[in-house]
Design a protein around this ligand. Structure first.
Ligand SMILES: [Zn+2]
Length: 76
């Protein structure tokens, strides 16, 4: 039975299990770039989440102020 292994670094490389080490070593630069790329994508996601959180916080603060103003007006 031929033992085919898919490269763990998501470079879509398939080869014999016995050749995967050679592939990993001879493509270090490619794999490094892939890791950096997925790291960048992750950071981009985090940045977007943070922006979303900031937006929601701001909305929350705005609603609080509006509520305060409204209850003050009701007091008068
Ligand atoms: Zn690979």
């Amino acid at each position: 039975m031929v033992n085919i292994k898919i490269c763990i670094q998501k470079c879509n490389h398939k080869c014999l299990k016995s050749a995967i080490d050679d592939h990993l070593i001879s493509n270090i630069k490619l794999h490094f770039d892939l890791v950096i790329k997925s790291f960048d994508a992750l950071q981009q996601n985090i940045r977007q989440y943070k922006e979303e959180i900031n937006k929601l916080n701001l909305e929350n603060e705005t609603l609080k102020v509006e509520l305060q103003l409204k209850s003050k007006k009701d007091d008068i």
